[in-house]
Design a protein around this ligand. Structure first.
Ligand SMILES: Nc1ncnc2c1ncn2[C@@H]1O[C@H](COP(=O)(O)OP(=O)(O)O)[C@@H](O)[C@H]1O
Ligand SMILES: [Mg+2]
Length: 407
């Protein structure tokens, strides 16, 4: 599955110019399968996570709808206050382990009060090309430009260059171009981004028992947990049983998890807890258990997401459970390399304890109010202290990640 190697975000809220990982065949360590962002309030953690959601919304609904989501409040609120430049994104990713990486970049500007896509570019090196500039196979300005079909910018392989002129300035070109078989790479990019999942799990929402039938994937708040269970039970009955057994082993205090179909066809999750003969249903389960269940279910999805972003999973979780969850996340991300990539924001040292210095970034605002990021692996002394056996979260808690950007 596709893997994000790096990202550059410019002029998105406090992210005036933030680069993470490796971009555009450049230097820098590629992003790991699990990455965690810590930092004070207002340092830009939510903005970072939201920038992924924003890109996905741009693709799904167009840039105006993406800017106007209630929590975003329109283009002028989103663009970094001190900037007059477009909002810019650049992602660098690999479709498969063996594929040549692709850069996808686009810019959004406001024109007569309406946000539009001002430019869009996709680049990749040619087969066998080890050095030098990658070739653009999509190059659009204000919806007009050139697109190469196929898998390379090589006529010898039967690929062709087409002139294109898109009719909706508020839509990304990959939205329409990514529907055609001859644009395999664009199709791949579109499928990759459509598969991103950004969660803000609300345990209360997950206690509901919606009737609306089977749904493939958990939504942002988790209020369709019951529907997802229903889908899994119906479409992957064997797998579903294994998933329940696997998950029940990973939640402390839980012996088995089963389900019960009510007369009106709703799925009730049945948790058998140690010490009790009678089972509990999801309405009476604790926030922590439900949360743990939902996250583990996400990881066990038969059609896993390429990318999952989670905000502050610690809310409502006992610290030992949180440590366990962090270990599960890490194990999953590292074992199934190139499957799901995880991005998590947290305030909890317990979560960070389970991670390595090259998986954790510290976000801080500099004197200009702009978000800066530092990988904890790049802080001198951290690796050495970690090697002495002090967990990373404890180093953070005991002030070893001294703040650098503030005067
Ligand atoms: N358009 C903007 N320009 C500059 N800064 C902004 C803009 N919009 C929001 N901010 C600032 O971005 C900061 C980051 O907030 P947020 O991402 O919620 O941080 P965190 O999640 O780390 O607490 C806030 O201090 C907010 O004032
Ligand atoms: Mg936040």
């Amino acid at each position: 599955m596709a893997h994000l190697l790096g990202i550059r975000i410019q002029n998105y809220r406090s992210l005036k110019d933030l680069t993470l990982g490796r971009i555009g065949y450049g230097k820098g360590q590629p992003l790991p399968p699990i990455m965690c962002f810590i930092g004070p309030n207002g340092s830009g953690k939510s903005s970072l996570l939201d920038s992924f959601a924003f890109m996905a919304d741009c693709l799904a609904e167009g840039v105006e709808a993406a800017c106007d989501k209630p929590h975003r409040g329109g283009f002028s609120r989103l663009r970094t206050q001190s900037s007059t430049e477009p909002i810019k994104f650049e992602i660098y990713f690999k479709q498969r382990t063996q594929s040549r990486p692709i850069t996808y970049a686009f810019e959004i500007e406001e024109s007569n009060g309406v946000p539009i896509v001002v430019s869009e570019r996709l680049q990749q090196r040619r087969k066998g090309q080890k050095h030098g500039r990658p070739f653009s196979f999509v190059n659009l300005n204000h919806g007009k430009g050139e697109v190469w079909s196929g898998q390379s910018t090589d006529r010898e392989e039967g690929n062709e260059k087409h002139e294109v002129s898109l009719d909706d300035p508020g839509r990304l070109g990959i939205t329409s171009l990514g529907q055609f078989k001859e644009h395999e790479r664009i199709l791949g990019l579109r499928a990759y981004m459509e598969n991103w999942y950004l969660s803000y799990f609300v345990p209360d929402a997950a206690r509901q028992l919606p009737i609306a039938g089977a749904q493939k994937h958990l939504n942002r708040s988790g209020d369709n947990l019951g529907n997802v269970i229903q889908y899994l039970q119906r479409s992957h009955p064997d797998r579903f049983q294994t998933i329940l057994e696997k998950i029940s082993k990973r939640i402390p205090g839980i012996q088995t998890i089963g389900f019960h179909k009510s007369e009106d066809n709703r799925i009730l999750l049945r948790f058998n807890e140690r010490g009790y003969t009678d089972p509990f249903y999801q309405q009476s389960m604790s926030d922590g258990t439900l949360k743990m269940f939902a996250y583990l279910l996400l990881l066990e999805d038969p059609e896993p997401h390429s990318f999952i972003g989670i905000e502050e999973p610690e809310n409502g979780l006992y610290h030992k459970l949180l440590e366990q969850l962090a270990r599960e996340f890490r194990r999953h991300a590292e074992q199934s390399a190139n499957k799901t990539q995880l991005l998590i924001t947290t305030h909890s040292p317990y979560f960070v304890d389970a991670l390595k210095p090259d998986q954790v970034w510290l976000l801080e605002k500099d004197d200009n109010g702009e978000t800066q990021a530092r990988r904890t692996a790049d802080i001198p002394t951290i690796e050495a202290l970690k090697a002495e056996g002090i967990p990373l979260g404890s180093l953070w808690y005991s002030n070893h990640f001294e703040e650098r950007f503030r005067g």
